[in-house]
Write a protein that binds this ligand. Structure first.
Ligand code: ASP
Ligand code: MG
Length: 396
């Protein structure tokens, strides 16, 4: 059989019928180059947002199962319309939803994980047809419930399909690749030709909204190179892969707003308390991020959470720390976390020195590092200044 390519088109690429027709042309062109295509689509434009909004008009807390029933309709619309557009220009193809394609997931509604993909049906169809269109973002459980993979999850559908079919993976959207930083924050951001899985994972967990993190994890696990390109231009995109051929020290910068710093001061010098606090927070399903623990006679603990979890954290902490005298808990909101990421940091010295030199004069509240990343927390009013300084220093 001809070589198979898995392509994914994001919501803005299939936002209306004209765009769907253009995507169909692009697919037809690829088929002429002697490939068979498996095409994963997102819902049209802002469909998913609108469906969520609609449900919230009825209930502030819709059942996760029902939400998935609702949200999965979006991808079924775009998949079938794309198949219709392709048939119209003479391409033999069919669309499949998660049931038909047998994309098996865990039962965690709204954030299910793909467990198994039976690609037999897709392969059978491709014996006759030139393309199969698959609804992204959705799956089914063994029990036949319909699930979704979390916002942006159709990237993950595409990479998982590519892994299961040992095929190439191409992800198309309205941005032509992966940039050193969000072009909306910094218009001078440069496009990266290559970025490693680890850098990409750091970037997406740090707030860069390029690829669904899970898709990069799967690509890393199965060694799938992901090409990210632009749907409607021929401009060369970026490759997410194992090695970064260009090996820059710092590849990218990302910013995450709406951070709250929680500071507990005057705790007794009792390290079991540290464990109890973080265990409680974890049990509540809260994600803490930057942490600092200082002992100066007593204990001072500081960590960050996203702003809208503040009330939840406060409730959890007051349950566990009730009755403790002199204890002070402060919540400071309106912070941004700014991070630089680069695989080359592992092997070069002086990155921290350069980083802090760039940030001279800016009050940095917290710092965390990993082998390939340095993050700092600053008040939002310093964000722009800090971002500019880091971009200039590290030539991003
Ligand atoms: N339509 C879904 C969303 O908007 C999935 C995706 O676009 O990948 O999150
Ligand atoms: Mg997306």
């Amino acid at each position: 059989m001809k070589n198979i390519i898995v392509q994914k088109y994001g919501g803005s690429s299939v936002a209306d019928s004209e765009k769907l027709k253009k995507v169909a042309q692009k697919i037809a062109k690829r088929i002429k180059q002697q490939f068979k295509l498996v095409v994963v689509v997102s819902a049209m434009g802002k469909t998913t947002d609108n469906l969520i909004k609609l449900s919230k008009e009825i209930s502030i807390n819709p059942a996760p199962r029902e939400l998935d029933m609702l949200l999965t309709t979006g991808e079924q619309v775009s998949a079938s319309l794309l198949a219709i557009a392709l048939n119209e220009i003479g391409v033999k193809c069919k669309s499949l939803n998660a049931f038909q394609a047998e994309i098996l997931t865990t039962g965690d509604f709204n954030q299910a994980r793909i467990k198994n993909l039976k690609v037999k049906k897709i392969k059978d169809l491709l014996k006759e047809d030139d393309a199969v269109i698959i609804t992204g973002f959705q799956g089914i459980t063994e029990e036949g419930e319909i699930t979704t993979l979390g916002r942006g999850g159709s990237d993950t559908s595409a990479v998982a399909l590519a892994a299961a079919m040992s095929a190439k993976c191409e992800i198309y959207s309205d941005v032509a690749g992966i940039f050193t930083t969000d072009p909306r924050i910094h218009p001078g951001a440069k496009k990266l030709k290559y970025i490693t899985y680890d850098e990409m994972l750091e970037m997406s967990s740090l707030g860069a909204k390029v690829l669904h993190s899970r898709s990069v994890e799967i690509a890393k696990k199965f060694g799938i190179t992901i090409y990210c390109g632009s749907t409607f231009s021929e401009e060369e995109g970026s490759y997410v892969m194992k090695k970064n051929i260009e090996q820059p020290v710092v590849s990218g910068l990302s910013v995450m707003d709406n951070q709250t710093q929680v500071t507990l001061s005057n705790l007794p010098l009792d390290y079991t308390l540290v464990h109890q606090i973080f265990e409680k927070v974890a049990k509540e399903g809260l994600n803490v991020d930057m942490i600092s623990i200082i002992s100066n006679g007593g204990l001072n603990i500081s960590f960050t959470v996203i702003e809208d979890k503040k009330a939840h954290v406060s409730k959890a902490l007051s349950q566990i720390l009730k009755g403790m005298k002199d204890l002070n808990i402060d919540y400071n909101s309106g912070y941004s976390k700014i991070s630089i990421v680069g695989i080359g940091m592992k092997s070069s010295s002086g990155v921290a020195a350069k980083y802090f030199k760039a940030l001279a004069g800016i009050p940095v509240k917290l710092v965390t590092t990993s082998e390939i990343k340095i993050s700092c927390l600053v008040e939002e009013k310093y964000k722009e200044k800090a971002v500019k300084a880091l971009i200039n220093t590290f030539e991003l």
